[in-house]
Ligand binder design. Structure first.
Ligand SMILES: [Zn+2]
Length: 312
């Protein structure tokens, strides 16, 4: 798909493995050592749902390294948006524990790196994977330098991300969880993002936007099973791009998370890249107000009103 549909308009950046120093921004030395020890073995089970082969450690190291390199490409002005097409995914990987197919927390490391090495003070993470990014949430739960926004179906792994999980201490109100309904369609998610993410960007004024771009909410996905089509990801990308333009063109780093149907994955990534490369003209985002989405939006506003982080 990349070769046929985007032959000339993408800058390809070859990743390098992350350094230990980078990994230790999130992960414990003992855990990193444990992952390294899987290198010589054909098969190791790290968690009931997460097994690795002899070369997984290298893929995981490169996935984090790709995010660092992508971030550096943004910082140097080489590009305005960067999509890290990596596996394994990262948003379930805790500092000392693998889970949900994730080994290292790719975007978690990227966010910490952006804070430590580039002095960012307001980073927005948008997680549209159908699963809740428990590790991303946990990492920044008490930290207002990162606002974590996630839409997900709570009936699936890891069953976290309830409304009232909103952050603690300095981070109170800086975690925004939106448990969505399983029958969610394109019009619902577009409506929800428009009503919640727009005021978040307006008020929080992010300097950097990270997107945990999982595509398992697609209706063809064997794990996700909500009702989105690839069109959703096109409109959400366009919305975030427009929102970023409203805040001094905050650079956008996207990182692949879940997505387990190859057709749906390619089709969804194609839509995202089409927007990012400005192929096809910009169209008006099809906003339709629905009762079910309105209920979700109202609930989210009610829960977050007391913090005043993004609510009026
Ligand atoms: Zn997922």
């Amino acid at each position: 798909m990349l070769d046929t549909d985007f032959p000339d308009c993408l800058i390809h950046i070859e990743p390098e493995p992350a350094t230990l120093e980078h990994l230790e921004l999130v992960h414990t030395p003992a855990y990193i050592k444990q992952i390294l020890s899987t290198a010589e073995r054909d098969y190791t089970t790290l968690a009931p749902d997460t097994s690795v082969s002899a070369k997984t450690y290298l893929a995981a190291w490169l996935a984090v390294g790709a995010c660092i390199k992508g971030l550096e490409a943004l910082m140097s002005g080489r590009c305005r948006a960067c999509f890290c097409l990596v596996r394994p995914p990262g948003h379930h990987a805790l500092p000392d524990r693998a889970g949900g197919f994730c080994i290292f927390d790719n975007l978690g490391v990227a966010a910490r790196y952006a804070i430590e090495y580039h002095g960012f003070r307001r980073i927005l993470i948008v997680d549209w994977d159908v699963h809740h990014g428990n590790a991303l949430q946990e990492l920044f739960y008490a930290d207002n330098r990162v606002l974590y926004f996630s839409s997900h179906y709570m009936g699936w792994y890891p069953h976290t991300g309830d409304w009232e999980e909103t952050g603690i201490g300095e981070g109170s109100g800086y975690t925004v969880n939106i448990p969505v309904f399983k029958e969610m369609e394109d019009r619902h998610i577009i409506h929800i993002y428009n009503e919640v993410l727009s005021p978040i960007v307006r008020r929080y004024q992010p300097e950097l936007i990270l997107i945990a771009a999982g595509f398992d909410a697609h209706h063809r996905d064997p794990l996700g099973r909500t009702r989105l089509t690839e069109e959703s990801f096109r409109w959400l990308t366009q919305m975030i791009l427009q929102l970023s333009e409203s805040v001094k063109s905050a650079p956008i780093l996207m990182c692949l998370e879940g997505g387990y149907d190859n057709y749906a994955l390619a089709a969804s990534v194609r839509e995202v890249l089409g927007v990012l490369t400005f192929q096809g003209r910009r169209e008006r985002i099809p906003l339709v107000s629905t009762r079910r989405a309105s209920e979700v939006i109202d609930k989210c506003r009610r829960v977050h009103k007391k913090f005043g982080v993004w609510t009026a």
